[in-house]
Design a protein around this ligand. Structure first.
Ligand SMILES: *Cc1c(COP(=O)(O)O)cnc(C)c1O
Length: 358
């Protein structure tokens, strides 16, 4: 069986080494030494100044919304994972969708501008599949209309924009370190922000608002993460370069094997992309369905990622988003994970080529 993804696990001894330390200190959570080690390690690896490790990538978005004191309408993408939209509804904001660019599948800056009203407070955009949004254009719009910008960077570990980590842009960029992501801590996530005051606010918020044992600075939540999760991150970080390099090679092999297939690919910068996912876009939904059927018969399970579009959720205003609606019916992500072999890539590719001719 070949699934769309398979969580990375390091050799068990590498993780076990950290357990002895946890047992020795009996410090299991609450900003422990391994949480600090992971935060420092990530900042060094990504060359960013500020980062807070959190429970998961969804709480990260919610804390960002809270810390930026956002209200009213937030312009967002219909083409993302449900957590992008559900988080802002959960925080009492109204999602206003702006359609995506057909080449990158990221939110289209021209559509953002058209969606702005006097109730708009921010833009929440996803760097889809780890491929950066048009950050410069979004920053210019935000500045012109005095809006905050949050990036959902759940897919972005290792991606760059203009030579710098993509996490370093926007008022806040969030990350997810869920098991299925390129870099993971089993469950986990975090926020990147360059404004030290904003970072301080989010630091209070992740720990019930505590500022010392008896002072509460803010209404907070429990968004902190444990030593056990941090240990997984510290170990996996040592593997991050290898994981990134193998994703790139695997993607290039798919490119070669699938060159005869009539599908389109997203536009990305090969020097700055993290190759987090391998999406292909069919010409029609029936071609997609036929391909999935043949893959499943051969026990290969790609994923319709993202389908359906978030503008079709029950709890939002269901507006049509022609580009996103069309793409989400025609796109799948092929299996891509550390350890996927060339033979497996060739097998998956062979089935897709067969499906084309059937
Ligand atoms: C995975 C993911 C999230 C949620 O992250 P969790 O850590 O699972 O809470 C949010 N947005 C996108 C785009 C994701 O892929």
């Amino acid at each position: 069986m070949i699934n769309v993804t398979k969580p990375f696990l390091p050799p068990i001894e590498e993780y076990e080494k950290y357990l002895a330390g946890i047992w020795g200190r009996v410090w299991l959570t609450n900003n422990g030494p391994l949480v600090n080690e992971l935060e420092t390690g990530l900042k060094e690896f990504l060359k960013v100044d500020n980062f807070l490790f959190l429970t998961n990538g969804t709480i990260a978005i919610q804390i960002a919304i809270k810390a930026l004191r956002l209200q009213g309408e937030i312009i967002t993408t219909p083409f993302s994972y449900v957590a992008t939209t559900s988080s802002l509804v959960w925080e009492g904001c109204t999602p206003v969708f702006a359609d995506i660019d057909p080449q990158t599948l990221n939110i289209d800056p021209a559509k953002i501008e058209a969606a702005i009203t006097d109730k708009t407070s921010a833009i929440l955009a996803t760097h889809v599949y780890g491929n950066p949004c048009d950050i410069d254009a979004i920053a210019a719009i935000a500045q012109k209309h005095n809006l905050k910008v949050i990036y959902d960077g759940a897919h972005c570990f290792g991606s760059k924009y203009k030579g710098k980590s993509v996490f370093s842009y926007g008022d806040v960029t969030t990350a997810s370190f869920h098991s299925t992501k390129l870099f993971h801590t089993v469950e986990g996530g975090g926020v990147f922000a360059s404004d030290p005051e904003l970072l301080q606010t989010m630091d209070f918020m992740r720990n019930f608002g505590h500022n010392g044992p008896e002072t509460f600075e803010e209404a907070g939540i429990n968004g902190k993460n444990s030593e056990f999760h941090a240990a997984m991150g510290v170990v996996n970080l040592k593997w991050a370069d290898r994981i990134l390099a193998s994703r790139k090679m695997q993607s290039e092999r798919y490119d070669m094997k699938l060159s005869g297939l009539n599908v389109s690919r997203i536009k990305y910068n090969p020097d700055e992309f993290n190759y987090s996912y391998y999406p292909i876009i069919f010409e029609t939904e029936s071609q997609l369905l036929r391909s999935i059927e043949l893959l499943n018969i051969n026990r290969v399970y790609p994923r319709r990622y993202f389908y359906p579009g978030l503008n079709s959720l029950k709890y939002v205003n269901n507006v049509e988003m022609p580009v996103s609606d069309s793409i989400s019916k025609r796109v799948i992500c092929l299996p891509l994970y550390y350890g996927l072999t060339n033979e497996e890539i060739d097998f998956v590719s062979g089935i897709l080529l067969k499906a084309r001719n059937s």
